[in-house]
Design a protein around this ligand. Structure first.
Ligand SMILES: Nc1nc2c([nH]c(=O)n2[C@@H]2O[C@H](COP(=O)(O)OP(=O)(O)OP(=O)(O)O)[C@@H](O)[C@H]2O)c(=O)[nH]1
Length: 159
């Protein structure tokens, strides 16, 4: 008997590349003064993904996908409003990273500095969020695409 012709399942067909996702994320900074050293410490807001999300419990910077018709800055301001309830002033872009996740999904990530925002920070979607000194960032389990940036930030190379 002849085998029936089966349709290729696009989601498992490794020959069909998924479209590149364009993602923006914010490095929301604050400067904390240390009484002992007399010098300031720069801290950045980091967020932890929920247990039921893909790549659960990994840490990341707040942000998300750019929607059609938006600039990167507009997308980031919208995401920060949706996720944290703040009205952010988007500053300079400090990094752009392209990364391929093992499931075949590729992302283009742009990171912007945010050192001014209006409103009170509110955790609307994350499992946890906290301020981390830049030097302590490697202690957190970040998404794979962020690891080069984490190293640069913690070693004082970008800020
Ligand atoms: N916001 C943010 N996303 C990041 C970072 N690093 C990184 O790889 N990403 C990836 O970029 C995508 C962000 O999109 P999103 O926030 O709209 O998406 P999501 O997790 O709901 O995923 P989905 O809508 O694809 O299921 C995710 O796939 C996320 O894993 C980061 O530091 N911040």
């Amino acid at each position: 008997m002849k085998e029936p012709i089966r349709k290729l399942d696009r989601s498992t067909d490794s020959g069909t590349p998924k479209p590149m996702r364009l993602v923006v994320a914010g490095l929301i900074l604050r400067h904390a003064d240390s009484a002992e050293s007399g010098t300031g410490t720069t801290e950045v807001l980091i967020c932890q993904r929920k247990p039921d999300q893909p790549m659960s419990l990994k840490w990341e910077f707040p942000g998300g996908k750019i929607e059609p018709g938006e600039t990167a800055e507009e997308a980031l301001a919208r995401e920060l409003d949706e996720e944290l309830g703040i009205s952010a002033t988007i500053g300079r872009r400090i990094a752009q990273i392209r990364h391929k996740y093992r499931n075949g999904g590729a992302i283009d990530l742009q990171f912007f500095v945010v050192d001014q925002f209006g409103g009170a920070l509110e955790n609307r979607i994350f499992n946890d969020m906290r301020w981390s000194p830049l030097t302590a960032l490697p202690e957190y389990d970040f998404l794979a695409a962020d690891l080069g940036l984490i190293r640069d930030l913690s070693e004082g190379r970008l800020l």
